[in-house]
Design a protein around this ligand. Structure first.
Ligand SMILES: [Zn+2]
Ligand SMILES: [Zn+2]
Length: 161
């Protein structure tokens, strides 16, 4: 059992330790997006997204097949060449699934931020813009420079960690 602290005791050292282990909000939500990504069903890339407003999680999403369809990890990826590069067409992207989850539950995501394990692709950027999400905070890169161009042009804040 923990002993009672003497009210006069200097516990500032313990507060310092707590400060070191307690993540910032950005770290916290980014870590959760990586945890969400572990549910991905596409072996090509595991992506996670978390939509946040006022330091509260609204929805989460990872890349995977639409409900009722088999998953890539069961039947293989559905690879097509799109815009000159191979991509899996079976899955909805993490960002898309996070926005869809909001629609499913009737939750507005206007004025929110989206934390992503990777830079969103062009289609996701366009959906993020029209969902009223104001900024993207992402960790890893993604080879879609047009997505970055359109985000800049449309005034969508993109912050890389
Ligand atoms: Zn796949
Ligand atoms: Zn995408």
């Amino acid at each position: 059992m923990e002993r009672f602290k003497n009210p006069g005791e200097d516990t500032s050292g313990e507060h310092e330790t707590l400060k070191k282990v307690r993540p910032s909000w950005d770290e916290y939500f980014m870590r959760i997006s990586h945890e969400v990504a572990t549910r991905s069903t596409c072996p090509r890339l595991a992506v996670g997204a978390v939509i946040v407003r006022d330091k509260r999680i609204l929805t989460t999403g990872y890349n995977g097949s639409p409900s009722g369809l088999p998953h890539c990890d069961e039947v293989g990826c559905l690879i097509r060449i799109v815009d000159g590069r191979e991509s899996c067409q079976r899955t909805l992207h993490a960002e898309q699934n996070a926005i869809i989850q909001a629609a499913y539950h009737g939750v507005s995501v206007t004025g929110s931020s989206i934390y992503c394990t990777h830079q969103p692709c062009l289609m996701c950027v366009k959906m993020i813009m029209n969902a009223g999400i104001e900024e993207v905070r992402y960790a890893g890169g993604y080879p879609d420079p047009l997505a970055m161009e359109l985000a800049a042009e449309g005034g969508l804040r993109m912050v890389r960690f």
